[in-house]
Design a protein around this ligand. Structure first.
Ligand code: PLP
Length: 396
């Protein structure tokens, strides 16, 4: 904060003490007055042209040139051998888990600091999430905590890993790149390899993020992206599966498109498939949005740098990318000193038309996931009270 003296008082600061900070946030976002949203999509590229072209072609549904074009563009942008677009990010993640072999009764290691979809994708398969702590620097799954959990509570079993107390199989590990901050994915990859646990990245928030030059979502067996309206680029609703295994990519395409055997007129299906296809209309929007990605990333990173300067001498910590990683700064995030200060800031900022939002309620506290296996979740608990997202959208 520019004026930390007022925040040094031990009690809850008065709303007034945020006046300067809110003015600075407005200035950074180029919005002197009026409502400043957390994040909103902008369409200043070829969006209109491509969507109208899709309409004119009459291919607005599950077949069309933009679906293929968007998949090839995603492969180019991420370096993945295969990208398969889906109806949304949750469906993409669910299909990743299916392809990784997750089945009813299995356990899946993941983080409690995430959007609910991460755990829902696991639960939809009849599997159970196991919540492991996050790393304080990246806000993503902590490799040390994962290794400790595996060493203490698990044992190698035929072709994989078993949780000793329940006898259940640990069928996958799903780290998430929180708010577009790459997690310690290289260490997680090594641990999962050593324990023969398939790694599936929830890269829903990580379009444009990389670690040592490699795009997030391409480290594990499979990765899932989201193009929901509030994400870094949008298709309205949509998602994608990434994989470097071409055969697995073909299976993903087949299973997400009703497992239809290609034929000019025959309707033949060789398995129980899913209708997880992204419509061509949405893919048209996606092609135009992906063309904008480099400009979006530049804008995002400039804003993050400005926030970093704003909070440099503050008691509040602006969360930045760690060495070797490139963040898309999807949602800029600051760690308040304590819960009281965060709540006061949420009140003051939202009352002043500057939208801010606390981090998600950690998943292990939600009623449907409260009984799940978890570690001590020390950082998760401490940080969930203090993290807040700042306005991070694009300028008109
Ligand atoms: C957005 C998001 C999803 C789900 O994506 P949808 O496209 O909204 O279904 C999954 N995981 C995380 C972490 C997300 O942020």
């Amino acid at each position: 904060m520019s004026d930390t003296s007022q925040l040094d008082q031990p009690n809850m600061p008065e709303a007034d003490s945020f006046t300067q900070l809110l003015a600075d946030i407005r200035q950074i976002n180029g919005t002197a007055q009026g409502y400043l949203p957390l994040h909103a999509p902008v369409f200043r590229g070829a969006e209109r042209e491509y969507v109208l072209d899709a309409i004119d072609s009459t291919y607005v549904s599950s077949v069309g040139a933009y679906v293929d074009r968007f998949e090839r563009m995603l492969e180019e942008a991420t370096g993945a051998a295969r990208a398969v677009v889906c109806v949304n990010g949750t469906a993409a993640l669910e299909m990743c888990l299916i392809l990784a072999g997750v089945k009813a009764g299995d356990l899946v290691l993941t983080q409690a600091v995430s959007f609910v979809a991460t755990a829902n994708a696991v639960a939809h398969l009849g599997a159970e999430p196991v919540f492991i702590d996050i790393d304080p620097d990246t806000l993503g799954l902590d490799p040390k905590a994962v290794a400790a959990f595996l060493q203490t509570y698990c044992e190698p079993a035929a072709g994989g890993c078993r949780h000793k107390a329940t006898g259940k199989r640990v069928a996958a590990c799903v780290p998430m790149h929180t708010f577009g901050l790459p997690c310690r994915i290289e260490s997680l990859t090594e641990i999962c390899k050593a324990w023969a646990i398939p790694l599936v990245e929830d890269a829903a928030e990580a379009v444009g993020c990389s670690v040592n030059g490699r795009h997030c979502g391409t480290f594990g067996m499979l990765g899932a992206l989201s193009f929901n309206g509030n994400k870094i680029i949008t298709t309205g609703g949509g998602g994608a599966i990434l994989t470097n295994d071409a055969a697995l990519g073909e299976r993903a395409k087949h299973l997400t498109t009703t497992a239809k055997v290609p034929h000019k007129w025959l309707y033949q299906h060789d398995q129980v498939g899913w209708n997880f296809r992204m419509p061509n209309l949405n893919a048209a929007l996606g092609c135009a949005q992906l063309e904008m990605l480099p400009a979006f990333l530049q804008e995002k990173r400039a804003r993050a740098a400005a926030y970093a300067r704003l909070f440099a001498d503050s008691d509040w910590k602006f969360i930045t990318e760690t060495e070797g990683s490139v963040s898309n700064y999807w949602l800029c995030t600051v760690l308040a000193r304590n819960r009281a200060e965060r709540e006061a800031f949420l009140e003051a900022s939202n009352a002043a038309g500057v939208m801010t939002r606390p981090v998600w309620e950690p998943l292990h506290t939600l009623p449907m996931y409260s009984g799940c296996i978890q570690d001590a979740l020390a950082v998760t608990t401490k940080f969930s009270d203090r993290l807040v997202n700042l306005p991070s959208g694009y300028q008109g």
